[in-house]
Structures are given as C-alpha cells and as structure tokens.
Design a binder for this molecule. Structure first.
Ligand code: AMP
Length: 215
C-alpha cells in the first residue's frame, strides 16, 4: 500500500497514519516528525527549518524533497508506506511523482481527511505533544490518563508545540489553503483522490480510511 494523506493541520493525518501503518506493517513517513528530530538533534538543517515552522510557514521545497528522497530509498519503504504531511506544494507533488516513477512504486491513493477550519483551530489549541515520543493528546477531548504524564512512554514532558500557539495555527491554516489544498484537485485529476470526513472518533475515521483504500 502506497498512500498520501492530505488534510489541514490537526485533521488527524498523523494519528490515522500511525494506526494504519502499525496494522499494515509499513512505515509512516512524516516530514514534520523528521524536521522535529532534526531540531532536537540541533542539526544545521533543523535549526534553519525551525524558523519557518515557528512562523507557520512551509520549509523550503528542496529541504523536504531531499528528506523524502533519502527516506523512500530505504529498504523498509519497498513494501509500501504512508506519507503524512508530504507533499504540501505542487512542486513537492511533482518531485514525488518523478521519484516514485523512477523507483517503479506508483501511488495507490491520496486520501483527503476533511475537517472545517474552526474545528481544526479548536483541536490544535488544546493539543499536547509528548516531547519524548511524539504521542499526542488533547486537553479536553483526549487527555492523558494521568495529568501531565504520557500514557505511552511515561515521560512528564507533555508540551504545547511552538507551532500549536493560536496565532501560528491561523498562519498554518492560511498556508494550508494557499499552498497545500490545491493538491486535492491535483490528485483528483490523476484519478487518485479519495475524500473522507475527519469528524468522529479515531476508530470511525480509521474505518473510513480503510474502506477508502480497500485495506
Ligand atoms: P506537521 O507536523 O506535518 O504539521 O508539520 C509541522 C511543520 O513542519 C509545518 O507547519 C511546516 O512548517 C513543516 N513541514 C512539515 N512537512 C512539510 C512539507 N512537506 N513541506 C514544507 N514544510 C513542511
């Protein structure tokens, strides 16, 4: 299975990709996670990317295309993958198309997880992320079992991501509408688009995703 997940920030791409990749035994490839690891490791690329991320802007195409080119060349991607957060621009989508053609690994589908803007803002303003393992919670809708402690790894570093502050969230949404949402038509034109509603429980949305891709 080779999939792309499209959707605004907070639509649930990461959550849904994680569940489906675990069931299917394929990697979840998230450029956001790769960039956050580079920031944590304080690499030059990570520090340069952080400035864009904290401003709610996209990191330059050549940086993320380079990350994806390396990652898709790794062995575990040969059996399939779910791309979460990439591509985000038409230039990235074109580069991905060329790369997958060379690798003879065509995409099966691009799934758009659809959630309206006000719901996205309310989800992201309450979002808590584990600084250690990346697990995500919501202060109201999905709190950790023990306040301030990650259910998955036990770390007590549950933080509000720098780019989950309200002002940045609004900018990320504007960036999504300007630069990423045109990819819905892009993949529709290639006959690869599936649309699912991103409103409901995590399990309900997972079920819709599985049905959409015939998993
Ligand atoms: P995410 O975790 O997918 O919401 O990504 C967090 C931030 O990382 C985004 O707001 C962008 O600044 C940056 N980022 C992640 N993926 C990409 C991408 N494909 N292209 C450009 N910037 C990206």
């Amino acid at each position: 299975m080779r999939l792309i997940l499209l959707g605004g920030p907070g639509a649930g791409k990461g959550t849904q990709a994680k569940i489906l990749t675990e069931k299917e035994g394929i990697p979840q490839i998230s450029t956001g996670d790769m960039l956050r690891s580079a920031i944590k490791a304080q690499t030059e690329m990570g520090l340069a990317a952080k400035k864009f991320m904290d401003a709610g802007q996209l990191v330059p195409d050549e940086v993320v295309i380079g990350l994806i080119r390396d990652r898709l060349g790794e062995d575990d991607a040969k059996g399939g993958f779910i791309l979460d957060g990439f591509p985000r621009t038409t230039a990235q989508a074109d580069a991905l198309g060329e790369l997958l053609e060379k690798l003879e690994m065509p995409l099966d589908a691009a799934v758009s997880i659809e959630v309206d803007d006000e719901e996205l803002v309310s989800r992201l303003t309450g979002r808590l992320t584990c600084a250690n393992c990346g697990a995500m919670y919501h202060k109201v809708n999905n709190p950790p079992k023990l306040a301030g402690v990650c259910d998955k790894c036990g770390s007590n570093e549950l933080i509000v991501r720098d780019d989950d502050k309200e002002e940045t969230i609004r900018k990320r949404l504007a960036t999504y509408h300007d630069q990423t949402s045109p990819l819905i038509d892009y993949y529709d034109g290639k006959g690869l688009l599936k649309r699912i509603s991103g409103i409901g429980t995590i399990d309900e949305i997972q079920q819709r995703l599985r049905e959409a891709v015939g998993a």
